[in-house]
Design a protein. Sequence first.
Length: 155
Amino acid sequence: MKSFYLTVRRLLLTWEPFDPDACGLVTRWAAIYCVAAVTVAMAILLIAKDGTPNCPGWQPAQIRADLWPALIIFAPATAWIGYVAIFWKQFSQDIADKEQARPLNKMVPTNSIFVVTTIGWCGFCSIPLVMLFVGCMGWFGPALGAGFHFYEFTT
């Protein structure tokens, strides 16, 4: 894990040509994280019962109906990063070809941009899980603790 941390740090802080091996490592870890986050959110929605001991006032029956559409929106993003991780050699070759096609592209910190984008992608894929935990903890009051009604419109 320390080598992964050092690789990410090197990619973020240095201005080097595109490193397909290091960025591939970051992509594989990001895909694992995204799949785990979406899978845990789905498992919580499928398994949780009303009034669990850890969240006594939580009503997952209400949250289930509200979060399934959000989870369906984030699942393709998880599938995409998994697809990129599986076919990384082709994606890295495309990036390297585009970087060498134009002389100005060598001045762009491709590694840093890639790592920041991948970290953002992981944050995006974990939004349903964060919504579940915020709903469980009731951090933003009883309205969010009772369920997320982010797509309901009142008249």
